[in-house]
Design a protein around this ligand. Structure first.
Ligand code: ADP
Length: 496
């Protein structure tokens, strides 16, 4: 059986595929293995899904290769675009179910899950629009040569995604890859396979030829590693931790030197100047760290506040954080649901204990909520020093540190005091400060008087150890195309 009937808290029932989606069919894994999917809200088992091993990855890669060399190669750019737009429409038609599955499996608040579905549709439609606008160039060199430069698809793309935004990462990866004419084998995170399989049903319904998009559930060390080291995968795109990003890059280097793009961790500074609109800044700082339960690679986890407003800021920020509605993700008022898994919960609580031991002060939060489900209070640490683990390492939970700075120069220096460089933010009403600090921060995205306002039209990715390459926007097309130069000799032979 590769599908079951599942109940969602308020939505009734739907058909949840559980198989591996290969060649437009849901199939069992070759070894017949399955694994359980846990509901982070109450720690019960939602269902089991089929697990891909190396053998299944091989089958999926063969299907993707066959599609790449066959039907997909012959498809016009216009039709590639049409299919992606159709898929976006289907996401919108199935928005209620998709959001419910996402909340059930990941624990994210239903209002946020709906936002993810809308943004996924937006992203797919956007790349549908790009499909017939991927153009080359003619370059004149000498009068007896005609040169043209073409953008061609890379081939079979392995895509490994994390659990924090399962549907969104699905569309960020599949949209540009398919628009450019590649085929895909995508592996979801073992914590959250369900929404991706639901979305896989829509691939077939949209009319994609078999093998163009294959979606497998499985573990990182098995299926993920098999993709990263596969000799017939031409490119791997990975989103996840910096530790695993390094392993993916090594596996690529040790196999067929496949192209690699990485979107990794962060420890992003959120800098508040004394001239900022303080209430506005607090709303964004709050959203910057607690959105998606702090499980964002770009979370604004290091907050720096100018000395003269520090005390007032702490008092107001604490009040704001304590108002965040934490609880049942299916409740429409909920802002923060549970962390995704026991492992993540334990990691975060470990960091909180570590911060306390190091002498940091818990201004608010720091504790588990209830005794079922992986809920953690929104937590603010003060009295921190730059060398503390809670200031340097990515916690990936609802925990931030707040410290003071005196001058703009100091803010820039401490803002950049990290191995990461994914995002940053500046809160100020002074245009010069906004531009000067934004330009000086070593980060792939800088928000001014806002936070986490990502958009599919805008490139996203990291400086330093936050990654390689950019997702979203036109920039992502570079990650999914090879550049070919064709140089035609028009004149006589050069020699003789
Ligand atoms: P996190 O620590 O947040 O769970 P990971 O980086 O471990 O993030 O996981 C992100 C994705 O990478 C998941 O799909 C996971 O299965 C996959 N993954 C984990 N380990 C490996 C590996 N060694 N090779 C390839 N993929 C992996």
């Amino acid at each position: 059986m590769t599908s079951i009937r599942l109940k969602t808290p308020h939505n009734g029932e739907y058909d949840q595929p559980t198989g591996l989606f290969i060649n437009n069919e849901f199939v069992k894994g070759v070894d017949g293995k399955t694994f359980e999917v846990i509901n982070p809200t109450d720690e019960t088992v939602i269902c089991s899904v089929h697990e891909a091993t190396e053998k299944d990855v091989d089958i999926a890669v063969s299907a993707a290769r066959k599609a790449f060399e066959g039907a997909w190669r012959k498809e016009t750019p216009e039709n590639r675009g049409r299919l992606l737009v159709k898929l976006a429409d289907l996401f919108e038609q199935h928005a209620e179910d998709l959001a419910a599955v996402e909340s059930l499996d990941n624990g994210k608040a239903i209002s946020m899950a709906k936002g993810d579905v809308a943004a996924s549709a937006g992203c797919l439609r956007y790349y549908g629009g790009w499909a017939d606008k991927i153009e080359g160039k003619v370059v004149d060199t000498t009068p007896d040569t005609f040169n043209y430069i073409k953008k061609e698809p890379i081939g079979v793309c392995g895509q490994i995604i994390p659990w924090n935004f399962p549907l969104l990462m699905w569309s960020w990866k599949i949209g540009p890859a398919v628009a450019c004419g590649n085929t895909v084998v995508l592996k979801t995170a073992e914590q959250t396979p369900l929404s991706a399989l639901y979305a896989a049903k829509l691939i077939k319904e949209a009319g994609f030829p078999p093998g163009v998009i294959n979606v497998v559930s499985g573990f990182g060390k098995v299926a993920g590693a098999a993709i990263a080291s596969h000799m017939d995968v031409d490119k791997v795109a990975f989103t996840g931790s910096t530790v695993v990003g390094r392993q993916v890059m090594k596996a690529a280097a040790g196999s067929n030197l496949k192209k690699v793009t990485l979107e990794l961790g962060g420890k992003s500074p959120n800098i508040v100047f004394e001239d900022a609109d303080i209430d506005n800044a607090i709303s964004w700082v709050n959203f910057g760290i607690y959105f998606n339960h702090g499980q964002c690679c770009c979370a604004g986890s290091r907050v720096y506040v100018q000395e003269s407003i520090y005390d007032k800021f702490i008092q107001k920020f604490k009040e704001r954080a304590e108002q965040n509605a934490v609880g049942d993700p299916f409740h429409h008022e909920t802002f923060q649901g549970p962390q995704v898994s026991q492992l993540q919960f334990d990691r975060i609580m470990g960091y909180i204990e570590d911060g306390k031991k190091a002498g940091a002060v818990v201004e608010t939060g720091g504790k588990r909520i209830g005794d079922k489900g992986f809920f953690i209070e929104p937590t603010i640490f003060t009295n921190v020093t730059e060398d503390m683990k809670i200031v340097q390492e990515e916690i990936f939970g609802p925990v931030c540190t707040v410290s003071k700075f005196k001058t703009k120069e100091e803010a820039i220096k401490i803002g950049n005091n990290t191995n990461y460089g994914l995002a940053a933010a500046v809160h100020t009403t002074n245009l010069n400060t906004a531009i000067e600090v934004s330009n000086a921060l070593r980060a792939g995205t800088v928000w001014v008087n806002s936070y986490n306002t990502l958009h599919w039209q805008l490139p996203f990715g990291g400086f330093k150890q936050s990654g390689h390459g950019r997702e979203l926007g036109e920039a992502a097309l570079n990650n999914y195309t090879e550049t070919k130069t064709v140089s035609i000799r028009l004149g006589d032979a050069l020699f003789g």
